[in-house]
Design a protein around this ligand. Structure first.
Ligand SMILES: [Cu+2]
Length: 138
C-alpha cells in the first residue's frame, strides 16, 4: 500500500516537472518567433492584381519574382489592387488571402536555396491560371 502511494506521488511530480519543462521550451520558442515577426531582416511589399504579383523592395526596386536571401527572415506586406487573391507557396506550407484595401502580412525564413512556385489560390478571374511566379532563394 505504501509503495503504491509512493509510485503515485512520483508519477504526479514527474508529470508536473515534464509540463513545466515543455512550457519553458514553448515559451522560449514563442518569444523568439515574436521577435522575428516584429523585426524581420527584410520587409517586402506585395501588390496583387489580375493577373500578376509585384514585389517592391526596401530600396524601391520592383520585380515580378520574389527574390530573397537564404536565412533571412522575410516579412511580406500584401494587398490587392482589385479583387481577392491568395498567395500560396506550397513548398513552405504558406497560404494567405490578399484583400483590396487591407494589408495582410506573412513572415517566414527560407533556409534552403532554390526556386519555388508561388501561385494564386483564389479564383480571381479569367486569367487566374496564369497568376503564378517564383520565390527565388539565393
Ligand atoms: Cu489571383
Amino acid at each position: 500500500m505504501k509503495t503504491a502511494r509512493l509510485v503515485e506521488m512520483l508519477t504526479i511530480v514527474a508529470a508536473a516537472l515534464l509540463f513545466v519543462y515543455i512550457g519553458a521550451v514553448a515559451w522560449g520558442m514563442l518569444i523568439d518567433l515574436r521577435e522575428k515577426v516584429q523585426q524581420p531582416d527584410v520587409m517586402i511589399r506585395v501588390e496583387a492584381r489580375q493577373f500578376a504579383w509585384q514585389f517592391i523592395y526596401p530600396d524601391g526596386a520592383v520585380s515580378s519574382e520574389l527574390r530573397v536571401k537564404a536565412g533571412q527572415t522575410v516579412k511580406l506586406e500584401m494587398k490587392s489592387e482589385d479583387v481577392i487573391h491568395s498567395i500560396f507557396i506550397r513548398d513552405f506550407g504558406l497560404k494567405l488571402d490578399v484583400f483590396p484595401g487591407k494589408y495582410q502580412s506573412l513572415t517566414f525564413t527560407p533556409t534552403e536555396r532554390g526556386k519555388y512556385l508561388i501561385q494564386c489560390a483564389e479564383f480571381c478571374g479569367k486569367g487566374h491560371y496564369t497568376m503564378f511566379t517564383y520565390l527565388v532563394v539565393e
